[in-house]
Design a protein. Structure first.
Length: 192
């Protein structure tokens, strides 16, 4: 499923199956896509954000909330691509960090993968994988795994172990914290 607090939690849902989608839109909710950007509307959408006695509306003039997520329809089910702010351009191609992460997270030796875009003189940016793995993991292993699962321009240029110090600071490892750590410990990479 797919959801967020602003939409009263769950917005789409489905039974677990082999199709990588977030499911069908639930009653009382609506979704529209504009250039793959997901906008949410409907009866369950919050009125706004309440802060210091003030209510700041979250909907635009047409009644839509910009989720800042990206997706597309596959038949009548929503497929989530990732966050708009986690997209970067490499050699003129859009790359979504979450797409690569989903592929790497299926590898039997990887418990968790997070993609960090790094500067590249030729392509502008390239993906680098920070991974939590049971075994050392090489670029050759990554290339072999990605060969039939991702376009070549999406293959990570390196696989670095995720720092233990960042893995226990909350529910999810912060992409920004990984960027900061990488900048401090691997001078050959400049994060974007």
């Amino acid at each position: 499923g797919y959801g967020m607090t602003e939409g009263a939690s769950t917005i789409t849902a489905k039974r677990v199956d082999n199709h990588p989608s977030a499911g069908h839109v639930l009653a009382g909710r609506t979704i529209k896509l504009h250039d793959k950007r997901i906008y949410i509307g409907g009866d369950t959408l919050a009125s706004g954000y309440y802060y210091h006695g003030q209510l700041t509306p979250l909907k635009d003039a047409q009644g839509w909330f910009d989720s800042k997520d990206l997706g597309y329809w596959q038949e009548n089910e929503l497929v989530i691509i990732g966050r708009a702010d986690n997209q970067f351009i490499s050699g003129g191609e859009n790359i979504h960090c979450e797409e690569i992460e989903a592929i790497l997270n299926r590898h039997p030796a990887i418990q968790q993968a997070i993609i960090v875009p790094v500067a590249d003189e030729i392509f502008g940016a390239r993906p680098l994988a920070m991974i939590q793995s049971t075994l050392p993991f090489s670029v050759a292993q990554g290339n072999e795994w990605c060969a039939t699962r991702l376009e070549k321009f999406k293959w990570p240029i390196d696989y670095l172990p995720m720092p233990e110090s960042l893995m226990h600071q909350g529910i999810k490892v912060s992409r920004q914290a990984l960027k900061d750590w990488l900048t401090e410990h691997y001078l050959q990479y400049r994060t974007l």
